[in-house]
Design a protein around this ligand. Structure first.
Ligand code: XMP
Ligand code: MG
Length: 179
């Protein structure tokens, strides 16, 4: 397998192969199945990046649940612009429901902080974050995500739903920016 790929002007190297991702996704789903047994949670998937993670995760979450989507963005190119814009409203009644936010990556944490503030106004029973990737060195929030897949260094990654200016989302493996 080719270990390096070029996307637009940048070179990326293979970081986490698909087999490892799939094992991790299965184990996150197993944990959620235990913690949310009989709670009929709402999975709130943050588009666009989390679409692939959510699709795999929810195939393993075999109990009853609702699935809905929202769209936020804070990134331009390979850097967070620090300002979160909401591009799609939450179209489901979350009042008194257990909500699990599904994210591809928690970086600075600004996106989930903004989303949580929006959600709390809608009186959910609980809100937890489930993210495939977490960058603790970049994180500026107060509470780390409860469900984390891989804890990774503060370098730009792409693939498995994550993009560099819309490219690379369809890659089944994760790649990291090559210095
Ligand atoms: P924050 O900083 O708000 O960022 O926690 C979360 C959102 O920014 C995107 N993001 C990335 N996208 N490679 C990407 O392709 C990265 O390394 C990366 N870091 C953050 C992502 O959309 C996430 O939801
Ligand atoms: Mg995202």
């Amino acid at each position: 397998m080719d270990q390096n790929i070029q996307i637009h002007d940048k070179l990326f190297k293979l970081f986490i192969p698909s087999e490892y991702i799939q094992d991790e996704v299965q184990s996150i789903a197993d944990k959620l199945m235990v913690d949310y047994a009989d709670k009929n949670p709402i999975f709130l998937v943050v588009l666009n990046g989390a679409f692939m993670f959510a699709a795999d995760l929810l195939k393993h979450y075999t109990d009853s649940c609702d699935i809905t989507f929202t769209k936020l963005s804070s990134y331009v190119g390979t850097t967070s612009v620090g300002k979160v814009t909401k591009q799609m409203d939450i179209l489901i009644n979350v009042s008194n429901r257990h909500v699990i936010i599904v994210e591809d990556i928690v970086d600075t944490g600004l996106t989930i902080e903004a989303l949580k503030l929006n959600l709390f106004e809608l009186n959910p029973a609980s809100v937890e974050i489930c993210t495939l990737l977490f960058k603790p060195e970049a994180f500026k929030g107060t509470e780390s995500p409860k469900y984390q897949g891989f804890v990774i260094p503060n370098k730009f990654v792409l693939g498995y739903g994550l993009d560099y200016d819309e490219r690379g989302r369809n890659l089944k493996d994760l790649y990291q920016l090559k210095e």
